[in-house]
Design a protein around this ligand. Structure first.
Ligand SMILES: [Zn+2]
Length: 338
């Protein structure tokens, strides 16, 4: 059975076809044959932070939604990344669990069931990583879009993180949770308002939704970086210290193939494209000049790595896969040549 549904994604709205029978067949086949993908988590220790990158699934980033360069230029950059001119059909949705000093902080919550069957795997992958949602102390949201906040609730509307306080920028809460603005919204915007209100409801009802201004630390040790533009309160989070500092960002990059080379290319879902471009340049400059690690929601899974400035703009240096305890910036003494 092929059905056509309109899917809200963080980039806007599009019509996509999903063959449910084939999809179900694929999952059933994967379970039966044990030939499915490896679990969608990857751990890395960076300084005092134990970070588990979590794969929530994938969303399309259509080329038509990228603004600020001629289509031919965007198509050329996509082709150089071995992508079709239509864009990247399978852009990752990543979230990050950070454990430090006995605290467990989740950065973004994935999509839940708000965006259809290609997303919503965060809880499955948390379980695969042997992490319990009930042990999450804080969920800090980069912004209030469905692929970042939809996973706060189960399909039945129950809170997925029963103990956690959920944090988001006041500017985003004021925008997306405003009843008048929500009532006046139409189309995709209305769906975003409704999805976010539903996802936050159980946390608001129990006093566990907390908003912050840009000057604040969200919780001790979690500093904010104002990256407003994609949404009014779009925020990056800084954890760690020294060369073990990590900047976590949400939708600073949608299409790494295009926007690392052309940071002036904006996305259709940006609330304020000019502000989003300014924030992207700011984030790129901060991360590359300070040599910070980056944890990114929409770079290829696991979305952890470094950003390097080069003659083409910026390039991405992904983390390498290693055993957890082997993660270190120090040379292994056993390998030193005396
Ligand atoms: Zn997003």
């Amino acid at each position: 059975m092929v059905i056509y549904i309109r899917v809200i994604c963080y980039l806007g709205c599009m019509t996509t076809s999903i063959d449910l029978d084939r999809d179900n067949d694929m999952h059933a086949h994967a379970r039966a044959s044990h030939r499915g993908q490896s679990p969608g988590f990857q751990r890395i220790r960076i300084g005092k932070l134990l970070i588990t990158a979590l794969y929530d699934g994938f969303v399309p980033v259509p080329a038509d939604d990228l603004h600020g360069a001629p289509p031919a230029e965007i198509h050329r950059l996509l082709a150089e990344a071995f992508l079709p001119p239509k864009g990247d059909r399978r852009t990752a949705v990543n979230a990050f669990l950070v454990e430090e000093n006995g605290r467990r902080i989740l950065i973004d919550a994935g999509s839940g069931n708000s965006l259809g069957p290609d997303t919503g795997y965060l809880v499955t992958n948390l379980a695969a990583a042997q992490a319990d949602p009930a042990e999450v102390d804080h969920v800090v949201l980069t912004h209030l879009h469905p692929d970042h906040a939809g996973g706060l609730i189960s399909p039945e509307g129950q809170p997925v993180f029963p103990r956690a306080a959920v944090h988001a920028a006041k500017a985003d809460a004021d925008h997306w949770l405003d009843p008048d603005r929500s009532a006046a919204a139409t189309g995709v915007q209305r769906l975003v308002h409704d999805t976010v209100a539903r996802a936050l409801a159980p946390y608001r009802e129990t006093g566990r939704f907390v908003t912050f201004g840009h000057a604040d630390e969200v919780v001790p040790g979690v500093r904010t970086v104002d990256l407003a533009g994609h949404t009014p309160g779009h925020t990056g989070y800084l954890l760690g210290e020294g060369d073990a500092t990590v900047l976590f960002w949400g939708d600073t990059v949608h299409s790494h193939s295009v926007q690392l080379r052309r940071p002036s290319v904006a996305a259709a879902a940006d609330s304020d494209e000019r502000a989003a471009i300014r924030s992207r340049r700011k984030a790129f400059d901060l991360a590359s000049s300070n040599r910070w690690w980056v944890g990114a929601a929409h770079l290829p899974f696991p979305g952890l790595g470094h950003l390097r400035r080069d003659q083409y703009g910026y390039s991405w240096v992904p983390v390498t896969y290693t055993p957890v305890e082997a993660t270190s910036t120090e040379p292994d003494s056993a390998l030193r040549i005396a």
